[in-house]
Design a protein. Structure first.
Length: 228
C-alpha cells in the first residue's frame, strides 16, 4: 500500500523499517538527515505532478511511502485481550482513522470492524497518523458472530447509545467490548439485544452532536479508568 503525508510517513519510517519498500520524495530536505541516510538505497525522487497523481489529489507534503499491505489480526487473537472496540457498520475512513488514533493512545487492545467486507487501510493509516500500523485490527463482517464468540469467553458487551446509562454512574468489567454505531444510525436494531449495557455521555448542555471519534475517546478514557 502507498501512504502519504509527512507525519504518517515519518512514523512508518521510524517504527516499521521492515515493512518499507520504496520512499518517494519530491525534493531533498524533506526527510530528516538520519532517515535519508538510512533509506538512501530505497529513495526515489519524483516530480510533484507524479507525486500528486500517486496521492490521487491528496496532500502528500512531498513524501510518499510504498510499504507492505496492512496485515489484519483475527478473532482468535482478539479473544486474548481485555478491551476491544467493535465498529458496527462504520465506513468512513476518516472517522475510523480518528477512532484508531484515540484507541491506540488510550490503551484499547484491538478493533474489529463489522458490517463491511473491506476498507482502505492506506487511508486509515494516514488519518490515524500511523497508529493503525501498531493497532491489532480485523474486518469480520458478521457482528452477531463476533459478539457471541466474545461473550463465550467472558467479555461484557457495552454499547454507546444516547439513551444509555450515564457514563459517570458506570463501573466497567475488566474484560470488555465497546460497540460503536455509525453517526447517522447508531447501533443496529439487530445488535442491541446482544448488548449487556448501554452507556451514554452526559451532556452539560442540550446539544447531542458529538462526532463518533470524539465520543469514542471520552468513552475509552472513562472505561479504562472506571473499572470494577
Amino acid at each position: 500500500m502507498i501512504i502519504y503525508g509527512k507525519q504518517v510517513c515519518l512514523y512508518a519510517l521510524k517504527k516499521h523499517t521492515r515493512l518499507i519498500k520504496t520512499v518517494y520524495i519530491v525534493k531533498r530536505g524533506i526527510l530528516p538527515k538520519e532517515l535519508y541516510i538510512q533509506y538512501k538505497s530505497s529513495i526515489k525522487f519524483l516530480e510533484n505532478r507524479l507525486a500528486q497523481s500517486m496521492a490521487k489529489g491528496g496532500n502528500h507534503q512531498g513524501v510518499l511511502v510504498e510499504m507492505e499491505d496492512f496485515s489484519q489480526s483475527n478473532l482468535a487473537v482478539m479473544k486474548q485481550y481485555q478491551f476491544i472496540l467493535v465498529l458496527d457498520f462504520i465506513t468512513d475512513t476518516g472517522n475510523i482513522g480518528a477512532i484508531v488514533r484515540s484507541a491506540y493512545a488510550l490503551g484499547v487492545d484491538g478493533i474489529i470492524a463489522t458490517g463491511i467486507k473491506s476498507l482502505n487501510f492506506a487511508s486509515i493509516a494516514r488519518t490515524s497518523s500511523g497508529a493503525l500500523l501498531d493497532m491489532p485490527f480485523a474486518i469480520i463482517p458478521n457482528i452477531l458472530d463476533v459478539l457471541n464468540e466474545l461473550k463465550q469467553v467472558k467479555f461484557k458487551i457495552y454499547g454507546a447509545d444516547i439513551d444509555g446509562k450515564a457514563l459517570g454512574l458506570c463501573k466497567f468489567e475488566k474484560r470488555k467490548v465497546l460497540v460503536l454505531g455509525s453517526e447517522g444510525d447508531g447501533i443496529s436494531k439487530r445488535v442491541k439485544p446482544k448488548i449487556d449495557e448501554m452507556v451514554s455521555i452526559e451532556m452539560e448542555r442540550d446539544f447531542n452532536s458529538l462526532n463518533v471519534s470524539v465520543a469514542t475517546g471520552i468513552l475509552i478514557y472513562r472505561m479504562k479508568n472506571e473499572t470494577k
